[in-house]
Design a protein around this ligand. Structure first.
Ligand code: CP
Length: 308
């Protein structure tokens, strides 16, 4: 199998703002070809995973992706405790060092902007695997890939983003990718305390995206194509009263599913806590485990693009 050709490539993957339709089509064509596939195209290449925040899906799917392409992996899953950060080393110094040991660095950090700081000093590609409440661009790629796989196209979809839209970095990244698609409508469904930020709304308005804000899922559920539910991120709240007010506000259960159109899907970047009842899991419209599975093929495509 040969790599797809593209007229453009990426040096780092830091923000969804880097993508256009041409490069998205390239990544998704690679993912289609690489899904379920194993080869040795990245033999001899090393991926370092530096995770300063916990992860199950992102770290392990990146590692699976690299291994399936014949590469090797190393890293630390608790970089704050088990790297020289504990001795006071800066992120920049750590990245300079790891650039000498690996051919690509996959970084998860608790501060927005950390991946951009890393890329500024790295001599190898840096992939943002989530930077605090900032962005999570490879999650957005697999989310968009899932919408296209499940529905044929993302053009014209009505998507309801629900839950924690303030701290939810996957939302921040997916909104930007969807804004590249004509006819998309976005409903931001959240209580005020976790509603989406004014900056992102201003960018959507400038891009000509049609959107509305509401705190009631009932207002939109019967007209949506995609429900994108998210966990309210307790770890990012300084005031637990605000957290408690937010966490119970929007929940997907069997009653909500009865109002959802038959061809619609429910997505969630996972992990979930209780914002989607487990009774929903057996509904064929529950796409979140298929979505997580798509992470391997999409991350194979990203590694192939960066290193192939
Ligand atoms: N969706 C996601 O980023 O999951 P992890 O935190 O498990 O990586």
């Amino acid at each position: 199998m040969t790599s797809a050709s593209t007229t453009r490539t990426l040096e780092h993957v830091i923000s969804s703002e880097q993508f256009d339709r041409e490069i998205l089509d390239d990544i998704f064509a690679r993912a289609d070809r690489l899904a379920g596939h194993r080869d040795t195209r990245l033999a001899g290449r090393i991926m370092a995973t530096l995770f300063y925040e916990p992860s199950t899906r992102t770290r392990l799917s990146f590692e699976s992706a690299m291994l399936r392409l014949g590469g090797s992996v190393m890293g630390t899953e608790a970089a704050r405790e088990f790297s020289s950060v504990i001795k006071g080393e800066t992120l920049e110094d750590t990245i300079r060092m790891v650039s000498s040991y690996a051919d690509v660095i996959v970084l998860r950090h608790d501060q927005a902007g950390a991946a951009a700081r890393a890329a500024a000093v790295a001599s190898v590609p840096v992939v943002n695997a989530g930077d605090g409440p900032g962005e999570h661009p490879t999650q957005a790629l697999l989310d968009l890939y899932t919408i296209r796989s499940e529905r044929g196209t993302a053009d014209g979809v009505h998507i309801a983003f629900c839950g924690d839209l303030r701290f939810g970095r996957t939302v921040h990244s997916l909104v930007q990718l969807l804004s590249l698609h004509p006819g998309v409508r976005m409903s931001f469904v959240a209580p005020e305390v976790v509603q989406v930020g004014a900056d992102l709304l201003a960018r959507m308005a400038a891009a000509g995206v049609v959107f509305q804000l509401t705190d009631r899922l009932d207002d939109v559920i019967s007209s949506v194509d995609v429900v994108y539910q998210t966990r309210v991120q307790k770890e990012r709240f300084t005031d637990l009263v605000d957290f408690e007010a937010a966490r119970r506000a929007i929940r997907i259960d069997a009653e909500v599913m009865r109002a959802l159109p038959p061809n619609a899907i429910v997505m969630h970047p996972l992990p979930r806590v209780d914002e989607i009842a487990t009774e929903v899991d057996s509904d064929p419209r529950a796409a979140y485990f298929r979505q997580a599975r798509n992470g391997v093929a999409v991350r194979m495509a990203v590694l192939d693009l960066l290193l192939g």
